[in-house]
Design a protein around this ligand. Structure first.
Ligand code: COA
Length: 256
């Protein structure tokens, strides 16, 4: 069990997953994914849990997958990260996320599986998969063009540059922009409102909202996971991971 994920019950009916590894900007390890997935599945089964919240401690949501983990051989397929994404993609109750600071990689793609996302005005998002020799995951190659339109999705996924909360709002990743430091309070207020509503009607509404995409999301998650699993041991990815830890720009000039 990972000590870097806190599971809290801030109020009746609300379960909160808090990423808590501030010295690594809340980078997510396999153990953390396993803990998150277990918490999602427990909240799904728990009659008292009506809303799930996601947030990060120490001023950031997450810097994404732990890059040191990416450098290790893939021990299991689907990976713990994909298993977490699968769990949250079929979670039956509302999910509300609060984003302060950085939300990188899976820190952004997991938001496409949330129902409400409150982003601080200084929050920074990034989908750096191509720059890391990787490819989209979390069904983002399906969900992001749907939410943002092809042009913006291609810009965010192909260039992989950081983008701000206003762009996240335009891309359909964020629901609302909150003042810096207020994202969690805004998310909690929303979760409280959702938790007071009739749970049966809420779950039916979520199921109907997502029904049209459910099969495509499940399939895309697996297709992407296969490609991603191959890419993470590619020479391009090895160069990108090494460059990150050596604090230098990656050099892809030798690749065909
Ligand atoms: N995996 C492993 N370690 C990470 C990490 C990650 N995803 N993100 C940050 N860290 C580590 C850094 O290596 C650094 O370690 P050090 O103190 O030993 O040098 C420490 O966490 C602090 O990060 P730092 O880069 O100094 O913070 P910053 O505020 O300057 O930048 C980010 C924050 C998020 C912009 C930057 O850390 C970053 O780009 N991280 C990688 C994001 C990424 O590509 N994730 C994978 C997505 S698929």
């Amino acid at each position: 069990m990972s000590e870097h994920v806190r599971i809290e019950k801030p109020e009746r009916g609300i379960v909160s997953i808090v990423l808590d590894r501030p010295d690594r900007k809340n980078a997510i390890t396999s153990a953390m994914y396993a803990r998150m997935r277990e918490a999602v599945q427990a909240a799904d089964a728990d009659r008292e849990a009506r809303v799930l919240m996601l947030s990060g401690g120490g001023g950031n949501f997450t810097s994404g997958n732990d890059i040191a983990d990416f450098q290790k051989p893939l021990m299991q397929f689907p990976s713990p990260g994909i298993l977490f994404l699968q769990a949250i993609s079929v979670f039956r109750k509302p999910v509300v996320a609060a984003i302060e600071g950085h939300a990188v990689g899976i820190g952004t793609t997991m938001l496409l599986h949330c129902d409400m996302v409150y982003a601080a005005e200084t929050a920074r998002f990034k989908l750096p998969f191509v720059n890391l020799g990787l490819c989209p995951e979390g069904a983002s190659s399906y969900l992001l063009p749907k939410a943002a339109g092809y042009r913006l999705a291609a810009q965010l996924l192909m260039l992989g540059d950081e983008f701000d909360a206003a762009t996240a709002l335009r891309a359909g990743i964020a629901t609302e922009v909150a003042p810096t430091g207020q994202a969690l309070a805004a998310a909690l207020q929303c979760a409280r409102t959702l938790a007071a509503k009739p749970p049966g009607a809420m779950q039916t509404t979520k199921r109907l909202l997502r029904r049209g995409d459910a099969q495509a999301v499940a399939e895309t998650l697996l297709v992407e996971a296969d490609e991603f699993g191959q890419r993470r041991t590619s020479e391009e990815a090895r160069e990108a991971f090494a460059a990150f830890f050596e604090k230098r720009a990656a050099d892809f000039s030798r690749f065909d």
